[in-house]
Design a protein around this ligand. Structure first.
Ligand code: UDP
Length: 325
């Protein structure tokens, strides 16, 4: 099969390309390298079945040529990372909504299946735990920039469902706090990667608020496996799936686990939200997926425990840091 992966040089995109290629597929990957990194796909460059295009999906004529070549599109290109939502909501909407709209329209015109990656953020601050795909979503005010990401991905989902009604085969995946090797380790990245890199740098781990807020951390290998299945199974078309783990971890517990696995004595400090995100921020206290649909339709069965995943990720960053001196 022939695949197009948008956001190919990103964290999830690079792992997905690796997996698609390992099954013998031909892959076209596009990325504008705004947050994706060339080093993430360095290991794929020698593969004759991998074609990388450095460019933006806003270039419609290029996008059409690529869609024309393939059977299935994995649309991962997006502005992701809480600090981005807070600092630049305009770009979040442009990329996550406008470019997605154009991609879907062209996929629909050319009759190509799309797998769209959405997010657990769409549930917002709902307190109806666990979150099932048909549950209500609860957002804060427009003056709080954080919610622009949830709104943008919700809009992307509506666009997918709209085109699905007109015959586009489409699958929507809502990822829950994915971590692993190659995840963004800057201030814009997720908390697990930040803690791991703080531990390796022997700087204090910065827990926001009281650290009792929880997330369900999901290792990249489990996510990629299910994402591949979503592209293969016809019964998944037209549907939305949560992909995560049910094990709920308070952020303070995550920090302690990272220190334990790293074998360092490191310090944990509590940092006020405002100091990190500025005033336009509101946190989500708990976020847990209901995985019934993914288990039933995708055969999803996440198997990597948090401790195993943290160990793998930590070793990967340790080796990377050693390589780069
Ligand atoms: N967080 C933290 N320290 C950090 C970065 C994040 O305590 O250095 C917290 C953040 O405030 C939130 C949780 O970790 O409560 C998860 O944040 P993340 O940015 O990973 O993504 P989110 O799940 O909020 O989208």
């Amino acid at each position: 099969m022939k695949y197009l992966v948008t956001g190919a040089a990103g964290f999830v995109g690079s792992h997905l390309c690796t997996s698609l290629l390992s099954e013998g597929n031909e892959v076209w990957g596009i990325d504008d390298l705004s947050s994706g990194k060339e080093e993430n796909i360095e290991h794929l460059k020698g593969n004759p079945r991998f074609n990388f295009i450095e460019g933006c999906i806003s270039d419609e004529s290029q996008l059409i040529k690529l869609i024309y070549k393939v059977d299935i599109i994995y649309h991962l290109a997006a502005v992701v990372g809480v600090k981005h939502y807070v600092e630049d909501p305009t770009r979040v909407i442009d990329v996550n909504v406008c470019y997605t709209s154009s991609l879907l329209e062209n996929a629909w015109k050319l009759g190509k299946k799309v797998v769209f990656t959405s997010t657990s953020e769409v549930y917002g601050k709902s307190e109806s735990i666990p979150f099932a795909e048909e549950d209500d979503r609860v957002y804060g005010p427009a003056s709080t920039n954080r919610w622009c990401y949830a709104i943008s991905k919700s809009a992307g989902e509506y666009l997918c469902l709209g085109y699905a009604k007109q015959g586009l085969p489409v699958v929507i995946l809502r990822y829950f706090n994915v971590y692993g090797p190659r995840a963004d380790d800057s201030a814009y990245g997720g908390v697990a990667t930040r803690f791991i890199n703080q531990a390796l740098a022997r700087t204090p781990l910065t827990v926001h608020g009281d650290g009792a807020q929880t997330r369900c951390f999901t290792y990249i290998d489990d996510i990629v496996k299910a994402t591949m299945e979503a592209g293969k199974r016809p019964e998944a078309e037209g549907r939305i799936f949560n992909l995560g783990r049910e094990r709920e971890t308070p952020i303070l517990e995550l920090a302690k686990m990272v220190l334990k696995v790293s074998g360092t004595e490191g310090e944990i400090v509590f940092q006020p939200y405002k100091e990190f995100y500025g005033s336009s921020y509101e946190d989500i206290r708990r976020r847990i997926p209901d995985l019934s649909a993914a288990r039933q339709i995708l055969g999803y069965n996440p198997s990597v425990t948090l401790e195993e995943g943290i160990r793998e990720t930590l070793n990967w960053y340790r080796n990377r840091n050693n390589r780069s001196g």
